[in-house]
Design a protein around this ligand. Structure first.
Ligand code: F6P
Length: 560
């Protein structure tokens, strides 16, 4: 694998120079200079349009960014990804979520994997159809009505986001619930609504060792057995999606109820694997297959399109442009589509767990910025919450807007209002409103000159805030599959340019270990019992915890 420090490339140096000149120009100027700016800076893929014309870029910018991608060897890295090279070097794993959605892999080396994937997909199809047709019966011979997915991170966010986004396609017969947080209120409130004999639990954990998931799964099993009484009934109500079959069996899941995934599927890229089983049961396998098809078509676009026409490449490079040259710390995502309200949270994990790294692929500390902070909320809600800061604050926040041309249901006037707001925001963010424009506006409203002068500075919008708009015809399963895959590949492109390993996540380990130590202490189950810490603190021993943690623990005990 090529390991190129991006800042040492010729393109990076040229981009720095180019930044000096283009940063003097306003977005308005860029539009004034080029009558064809919209068509020059927009891309179409199936029924998806990406308008990136309201960004700080000219043809030269895109040319230089594309040269940067070429210099760091992006083409080879894309080949390595699709061909199953072990690009996740720190875990010695290939990264093959793209294989999960490819029905006809044309690569001898991946034949075995391909067959295994097809076997699991077929099992998912059969199982989901049994659940949906009411043929899978619980211990009291009732069909399953409620599916509870227990998982966290990638074993929750993907299926939860997709189920929510596509619930329009779901059958009324099946309810779906997602439990991720270890906060006991979540599982208690969910179980309160359910009865064991019509509930199916899906324990989703690649490792089957994630503390939150195991605790929630244990609570669910106790709740179930309190009523069902008979351990043998567990096999009718618990399935697992995991690569750790042994641990799932030890938990009490029947072997035939275990749906495997593989170590080449990263948690945050796993909704295309058996982790997608709740989606298939809730929507129906046919819709799940369409989701996969949409992702596959986006994969083909990413794999084959020239870089300057390649949506994930352009989106990724623009992100780098803002992050590394404009110094933008965050990027925002605003779905003008309430059904996508979990998309920002989903992308947060996908992006921040992948590219929140500060060591390069040779093990050296990086000297440049990597992954941006990603955040967002659906429109139009965001407009009445934090948009003020984007419009008139001091931070540069490149933002992506998503909206469907056609609603799937609901009043079309509502939808037109939604679309109008989406388009209007990107227009306002770009153009702003000058002092002169504000003055003219206030003059016609009949205010006194004194009053106008007083409030004028507060009403000026500098504008010049970059946005990208993604407009799709309708949010179908296929369209959503393509959108998610494009975002996944955008993350890949950025990790490739930053020369970091995007597919590991060592940064989450330390907190897990420390939480376990404190848990042992709080539950008195380990060596570090309450008495132990109190004695130690009493004796002035500060070896166990820092003084802040000691203070917090002492206050915690006082409150009990
Ligand atoms: O804590 C991080 C993480 O490992 C994620 O990468 C992953 O998606 C999540 O935990 C859940 O892991 P698992 O599926 O193994 O329970």
């Amino acid at each position: 694998m090529r390991k190129v420090n991006p800042t040492k490339t010729k393109s990076w140096v040229k981009l720095k120079e180019h930044y000096q000149s283009i940063s003097q120009l306003a977005l308005r100027d860029l539009f004034a200079r080029d009558a064809h700016r919209f068509s020059n800076f927009s891309l179409r893929f199936n029924n998806i349009l990406i308008d990136y014309s309201k960004n700080f870029c000219e043809q030269k910018t895109i040319g230089l960014l594309v040269s940067l991608a070429q210099e760091i060897g992006l083409g080879e890295l894309i080949d390595d990804l699709f061909q199953g090279q072990k690009i996740n070097e720190t875990e010695e794993r290939a990264v093959l979520h793209t294989a999960l959605r490819n029905k006809r892999i044309n690569n001898q080396n991946l034949n075995v994997i391909h067959q295994e994937i097809q076997v699991v997909l077929e099992r998912m199809r059969v199982f989901s159809e049994k659940i949906r047709n009411g043929f899978w019966l619980g211990y009291s011979n009732q069909p399953i009505k409620n599916i509870v997915n227990i998982g966290i991170g990638g074993s929750d966010l993907g299926p939860a986001m997709v189920a929510e986004a596509l619930k329009f396609y779901a059958s009324d017969r099946i309810n779906i619930y997602f439990i991720s947080n270890v906060d006991g209120e979540v599982i208690a409130n969910t179980l309160d609504k359910l009865t064991p004999d019509t509930t199916l639990f899906m324990i989703s954990s690649k490792s089957f060792s994630t503390a939150e998931t195991l605790m929630n799964a244990g609570t669910a099993k106790k709740w179930f057995l309190r009523v069902a009484k008979n351990e043998s009934y567990v096999s009718k109500h618990f399935v697992a999606m995991t690569s750790n079959q042994q641990k799932a069996i030890e938990f009490g899941i029947a072997r035939e109820n275990i749906y495997p995934l593989w170590d080449f599927v990263g948690g945050r890229f796993s909704l295309w694997s058996a982790v997608g089983l709740p989606i298939a049961c809730y929507l129906g396998f046919e819709y799940y297959a369409q989701l996969l098809q949409g992702a596959f078509e986006a994969d083909e676009h990413f794999r084959t399109a020239a870089f300057d026409r390649n949506i994930p490449v352009i989106l990724g490079l623009l992100g780098i442009w803002y992050n590394n040259f404009y110094g933008a710390e965050t990027e925002a995502i605003f779905p003008y589509d309430q059904s996508l309200h979990r998309l920002p949270a989903y992308l947060q994990q996908a992006s921040m767990e992948s590219n929140g790294k500060s060591v390069d692929r040779s093990g050296n500390q990086v000297s440049y910025q990597t992954g941006a902070i990603l955040w967002g909320e659906p429109g139009t809600n965001g407009q009445h919450a934090f948009f003020q800061l984007i419009h008139q604050g001091t931070k540069l926040i490149p933002s992506t807007f998503l909206v469907a041309a056609k609603p799937r249901c609901g009043d079309s006037v509502h939808h037109k209002a939604l679309v109008s707001n989406c388009f209007a925001q990107t227009q306002a963010l770009m153009n702003g409103r000058t002092k002169e424009e504000v003055y003219e506006h206030l003059k016609v409203s009949g205010l006194s000159k004194e009053r106008i002068e007083k409030i004028l500075p507060f009403k000026v919008f500098s504008g010049n805030k970059p946005t990208t708009t993604i407009l799709y015809d309708q949010l179908t399963p296929k369209c959503l599959g393509s959108l998610i895959a494009m975002f996944e590949h955008k993350i890949f492109v950025q990790g490739a340019v930053w020369n970091i390993f995007s597919f590991d996540q060592w940064g989450v380990e330390l907190g897990k270990q420390l939480a376990d130590n404190i848990f042992q202490e709080l539950t008195g189950s380990g060596k570090k019992k309450k008495a132990c810490i109190e004695d130690k603190i009493g004796q002035g021993d500060r070896s166990c915890y820092d003084t802040s943690t000691q203070g917090l623990l002492a206050a915690y005990y006082q409150y009990l």
